[in-house]
Write a protein that binds this ligand. Structure first.
Ligand SMILES: [Zn+2]
Length: 377
């Protein structure tokens, strides 16, 4: 029983993350999702009422809806409330309204504040009738943007990050759909800066729009091979080295954290204290492909947060509900009661401690903690 469920999960994972080609909207309907299967040790969301997970949706959007973000006005105010057409009503999760909450091991460091007071669009019970735009843009502050893709166009609904330095803008990930919408939105925010496009890791739901950025003036797209990532950031050696990236008056630390995927990195922004952790740590199913490597990466991440002030830990997806230990099934396209995006340094410590307690060999099945699920593949 456990084996069967886990095989289903793997099949579903590869649909979203193992192919080299972009994910075409509608693919989710072609294969029965693993959703609904109750993971060993993991409770899934309920199946009735408004909170019922809707999985394997049938998005009606085409591959490249150039007009999909028409009318989208990226928010420039701190709360982001006015920026997005079709912004859904407030979710049932806990409030995201905090500014500069910090573990602050460096008490003297002053972090640039920002806001996560935002209601993320979270899919629809009927995607055919959804009016959500392709992208939601939230200004964390004037030089830091968080973008989320529409769940009805891709169940992955990844979060993409744009950090603006004085000279260079950094885009972390290009999303799960191949579309000009992300590119055009990003370019509208970067101004005259050069643009560096990098990836948290090379899975398909993080690189899908790379080809829209390649060849654009003033734009560099980091390759997705391990060698390309190592060379682009100057890791020496990988993965123990921490690289440095200067965007012009804004320095990022780049940590190598393979284990979910071999090229995975984390970015730490010294200006805001944001730690961007991709698919390695977020409120959802933490798929681990290399247990030993992942444990070592999280150990390094824990050491890093012990010596740096962290305002928030931000990952690339949300799959947990607002109820502790309860996740939405993989491929859910409607998450009305989803967890907030942000975690914090305590979650890094919690993950590290849990991995240490689980030992050198992966557990037989997923292990649910309050805000994420350790899920060896
Ligand atoms: Zn991934």
């Amino acid at each position: 029983m456990v084996r069967m469920q886990r095989r289903l999960l793997l099949v579903a994972l590869c649909l979203g993350a193992c192919r080299s080609e972009p994910i075409a909207p509608g693919d989710g309907a072609a294969t029965p999702p693993s959703s609904g299967a109750r993971l060993p040790g993991v409770d899934s969301a309920g199946s009735s009422g408004d909170g019922a997970p809707v999985t394997g949706g049938t998005p009606g959007a085409d591959e490249d809806p150039a007009g999909a973000v028409a009318g989208l006005t990226p928010s420039t105010d701190a709360d982001g409330s006015g920026g997005v057409a079709g912004t859904p009503s407030a979710d049932a999760g806990s409030s995201g309204a905090d500014v500069g909450a910090s573990s602050a091991p460096d008490a003297g460091v002053r972090l640039a504040p920002g806001s996560l007071a935002v209601s993320w669009m979270h899919g629809a019970p009927s995607c055919a009738q959804s009016t959500d735009p392709e992208l939601q843009v939230h200004a964390y502050n004037a030089t830091t943007y968080i973008l989320r893709q529409d769940k009805c166009r891709t169940f992955e609904a990844p979060f993409v990050y744009l950090l603006l330095g004085a000279q260079t803008a950094l885009l972390l990930d290009t999303g799960a759909t191949n579309s000009v919408g992300l590119r055009d939105t990003v370019l509208s925010l970067t101004g005259a800066r050069s643009l560096l496009v990098a990836h948290s890791h090379a899975h398909a739901d993080h690189v899908a729009s790379d080809n829209r950025f390649r060849g654009q003036p003033g734009t560099t797209v980091v390759g997705t091979s391990l060698a390309a990532v190592q060379q682009a950031f100057g890791f020496s050696p990988w993965p123990s080295d921490t690289a440095e990236l200067d965007l012009g008056g804004r320095v990022l630390d780049v940590l190598a954290i393979p284990g979910h995927e071999q090229t995975h990195i984390a970015l730490y922004d010294r200006e805001t204290g944001l730690l961007l952790t991709g698919d390695t740590l977020y409120p959802g199913l933490l798929f681990i492909t290399d247990w030993t490597t992942y444990r070592a990466s999280v150990r390094r991440l824990a050491a890093f947060v012990a010596s740096h002030p962290v305002s928030h830990v931000l990952g690339a997806h949300i799959e947990m509900t607002s109820t502790a230990r309860i996740n939405y099934p993989y491929q859910t396209v409607y998450q009305p009661s989803e967890h907030v995006l942000q975690l914090d340094a305590a979650h890094v410590r919690e993950l590290d401690a849990a991995l240490t307690a689980l030992g050198a060999s992966p557990p037989a099945g997923p292990v649910a903690l309050d805000d994420f699920v350790i899920d060896p593949q």
